[in-house]
Every structure is written in structure tokens, then in C-alpha cells.
Design a protein around this ligand. Sequence first.
Ligand code: HEM
Ligand SMILES: CC(C)=CCC/C(C)=C/CC/C(C)=C/COP(=O)(O)OP(=O)(O)O
Length: 302
Amino acid sequence: MRQDAAVWNGGMGSVSDYVALLKPRVMSLVIFTAFVGLMLAPGSVHPVLGAVAILCIAIGAGASGALNMWYDADIDQIMSRTRKRPIPAGKITREEAFAFGMTLSVGSVVLLGLLVNWFAGAFLAFTIFFYVVIYTMWLKRSTPQNIVIGGAAGAFPPMIGWASVTGGVSVESFALFLITFMWTPPHFWALALFKSGDYRAAGIPMLPVVAGETSTRHHILVYALLLAPVGAGPYFLGFASPVYGAASALLGLTFVAMAADVWRKREGDAARLACVRLFKFSIFYLFMLFALLLGESLIVGV
Ligand code: HEM
Ligand SMILES: CC(C)=CCC/C(C)=C/CC/C(C)=C/COP(=O)(O)OP(=O)(O)O
């Protein structure tokens, strides 16, 4: 039976504990990509409904983070990076986190369906399900390909933003999905390389634990090489300008160069630094690609 890691502290957690359950820092970039999807979609939506859509996606994303922490309380208590989270720290019980996550999940989906459209609402429900059930409850603990497949959940939000305007999907919204989908493995493995002790202790079959560091470095480089052209996809598909094409190529080549650095530097501080640099750059990279697309859509819209 799964052990409840949280200790009942005799009262409700504070507001900041509940905010922490929403994984706000990670989800901020997810929400930004959803916003860009909404802004790029053809046609228009009333600004109030657009704001409602983004709010619902944000709440749904946060809710899925809370449900992830509900299920993962046992392993979060073991890993040094996650030990201070509200449940292992004894600030919030698993039951409270579950009730909070479920309420926000259902609320965000129903609100998006009723006020915006039911295709977007169903897509949000599917994404929450994918992250919580497919990734967290199933793949994360069973295969080193966990984040390759499970990472799709984090890549769907721009498609949900797009669907909030059009009520459907398209080649363009799929191209936005593909960028985050190809980006997630190197984003995560760069960090996992030097956190593998944590995952080993928790019994999570992340790639560096199962396949070793050399294989993980190889995977990072291959994904970076695939990501570079995928990042330029919006230009090749004709919904971004040559300026975006050139900028995305430059960012993609920098990503590849940093992945090659991780591949080359195998020992000591140099290896660790190369991983940290790639991890930090990965976040900058994704933010920049979507910011460039947003900038172009605003200029065209003027
Ligand atoms: C299965 C997929 C993913 C995994 C396993 C993963 C894992 C991680 C981990 C372990 C961290 C370290 C810091 C922390 O715990 O907050 C992190 C940070 C971060 N991730 Fe991811 N991530 C994934 C997908 C994504 C996606 C889809 C996005 C956004 C589109 C994203 C954005 C970020 C950001 C912005 C940070 C930095 C947070 C900070 O500044 O503290 N991640 N990720
Ligand atoms: C709209 C919607 C529902 C969006 C969901 C977005 C999403 C799935 C983002 C993934 C973010 C993330 C931190 C995954 C890591 O989970 P982990 O459990 O491996 O990381 P951890 O060890 O830090 O908990």
C-alpha cells in the first residue's frame, strides 16, 4: 500500500502551500505557450473569452501539478529536490491535495467548455488525464521513455489555446505542439544527468539510471539535432517570417552546440556546468521561440 508521506499538522496549509501545489514556475511557461497558440490562431475571440480560456488552461495546468504531487508524495519525500514540497513537508495532506486538484480540474474544464467551446474543454480534460494518469501514474514509474511519451502533455497547451479560438486543430497548431514535444526530453535529461542519484534512490527508471550517462548524452544530442529543424517549422510551414526562420535556426544551432558540449564533457565540474547551462538555455530557447511567434503575430495584427 502507498504510504502517505505527509504528517497531519492539525490545520489547513497556508495559501502559499496551495500555490506551491500548482507548480507555478514550471506552469508559467506552459501557460505562455498556450497564450501564443491562442494569439496565432486564425479568426478572433472576444478578449474576455480569450482571457477566460487562458485562465482555465492555467488553472487546469496547476490542478494537474497538484494531482501529480498527490500521487508522487512518496517519491517526492525521498528526492532532495522535491522533499520540501507541501505534502512531504507535512503542510498539506494527500487528501487535501487530491480534493484541491480534482476541484480545480473539473472547474477549469467545465468553465472552458461552457464559456469558450467544448472541443477546447475536452482537450484540456484529456491533457490533465494524460499528465496525471498516463505520465505520473503509469509511465513515470515503468519506462525510461516516460518523458518522451508523457511529455506530450506539456506540449498540448498551445493546441488548446488554438482550439479555444477555432474549435479544432490544424497543421499549424500541431507544429507548435511538436516544438515542445521534441524539446522536453533534452530539457529534462540535462537536469536528470546530475540528479540521477535522486531518481535511483526513489526507484524511478529515468534514462540516466536505466541506460547510463553515455546513452543519455547521446539521446540529448540526437533530440537537439531533431529539435533544431522542428523549431524552424513555423517558417517552413509559412506562418512565420524569414526573421523567425533565421532566429530559430540560430537558437537551434546554439542548442545543438550546448548538447554537444554535454556530450564531450563527461567528468567533474565541467560536465556539471555543461548540463546546467543546457538546462537553463532550454528554458530560454522555448520562451524565445514562442515570444518571437507572438511578436510577429502582434506586428501582423497592427
Ligand atoms: C515530462 C515533462 C517534463 C519534465 C519531466 C520536467 C522536469 C523539470 C524539472 C525536474 C525541473 C526542475 C525544477 C523544478 O522542479 O521546478 C524543471 C524545470 C522547469 N521546467 Fe520542466 N519538465 C517537463 C516539461 C516542461 C514543460 C512542458 C515546460 C514548459 C513548456 C517546462 C518548463 C520548465 C521551467 C520553466 C522550469 C524552471 C522552473 C524554475 O525556474 O524553477 N517543463 N522541469
Ligand atoms: C494544461 C495542462 C494540464 C498542462 C500540463 C502541463 C504539463 C504536463 C507540464 C509538465 C511539467 C512538469 C514539471 C513535468 C514533470 O513532472 P515530474 O512529476 O516528472 O516532475 P517532478 O519530479 O518535479 O514532480
